[in-house]
Design a protein around this ligand. Structure first.
Ligand code: IPE
Ligand code: IPE
Ligand code: MG
Length: 265
């Protein structure tokens, strides 16, 4: 079966499902570039940090809704490999915020059966944050609910380079014939190894770029860009993104059904 097909699984568990969405055509995997926290705060005359704090609330709502509506995986961009270039006080605020949120939310993640993973180069994160990440990953790994992937110190290029290094090391050891490296083997060395590719990418705050996010995995994702700033992203914004997704015709390089029937008639 194609890795890209959008299949909604186990709709029996879906509750409070919006009428105007087709439960059988939900994306399996939604990826989000949560952008615009700083502008949200600046527009209110607040320090940028308040925008990040408000962004956490939007993330909680999005995770809850995706889980309730039966979406299998949600992958969010929390901190990029390029975000270290921000002022030191903003970077350290963000690291502390991640720690606090993990600490305060772990119980509810476990209760809601969320399976949380952190994707990125985690080695260089502060020790306390790494400990909390290990604890959260470990204590939710057997949960049966939504896969919630938080990209932290994540860069798409870095991920590709690391995958190439791992494959090269296996080849040097004689474990892997370089000629046998195909797309599946390559994908198995990415941080997202166990996940299907995202069907839908949402970017908030109106920016029209990928900013080094999931460069490999987004190959055939549908892209929804909204001017809404991340802290304002709510139930109606998510519904709008999903309705937009359901209006798309995904061809994966082939032809849509009408054209291919036409050719065969
Ligand atoms: C996204 O919001 C959050 C992170 C990158 C951590 P920004 O902080 O980029 O907000 P803007 O783009 O400056 O408004
Ligand atoms: C992308 O947003 C990274 C995250 C949302 C974590 P940025 O604000 O860092 O991206 P650019 O600088 O606008 O491309
Ligand atoms: Mg930004």
């Amino acid at each position: 079966m194609s890795r890209h097909l959008a299949i909604s699984t186990d709709n029996s568990k879906v509750c409070k499902y919006p009428d105007d969405l087709d439960p059988n055509r939900l994306p399996s995997h939604v990826a989000v570039i949560m952008d615009g926290n700083g502008r949200w705060a600046q527009a209110r005359g607040l320090p940028r940090m308040m925008g990040h704090r408000a962004g956490v609330e939007a993330l909680k709502t999005t995770l809850r809704l995706c889980s309730e509506w039966g979406i299998r995986a949600l992958t969010v961009y929390a901190f990029s490999t390029e975000n270290w270039s921000r002022p030191e006080d903003e970077v350290s605020f963000l690291m502390t915020l991640f720690e606090r949120v993990l600490q305060s939310q772990l119980e509810s993640l476990i209760k809601e059966q969320v399976c949380i993973k952190f994707l990125g180069d985690l080695e260089v994160l502060p020790d306390k944050l790494r400990e909390l990440i290990d604890e959260a990953t470990h204590s939710t790994s057997r949960n049966s609910g939504i896969h919630f992937n938080v990209c932290t110190n994540y860069g798409g290029r870095r991920e590709l380079v690391l995958a190439a290094q791992k494959l090269a090391a296996r080849s040097v050891k004689g474990e892997l014939n370089p000629e046998l490296i195909d797309e599946n083997i390559f994908a198995s060395e990415l941080f997202t190894a166990s996940e299907v590719d995202p069907d839908l990418l949402i970017r908030t705050s109106g920016e029209r770029r990928i900013s080094n996010f999931l460069l490999w995995q987004l190959a055939y994702a549908e892209i929804h860009i909204t001017d809404t700033l991340w802290p304002d992203f709510d139930e109606s914004s998510l519904k709008e993104a999903l309705i937009d997704y359901q209006s798309r015709c995904r061809r994966f390089g082939g032809l849509d059904r009408i054209n291919s029937n036409h050719l065969h008639s």
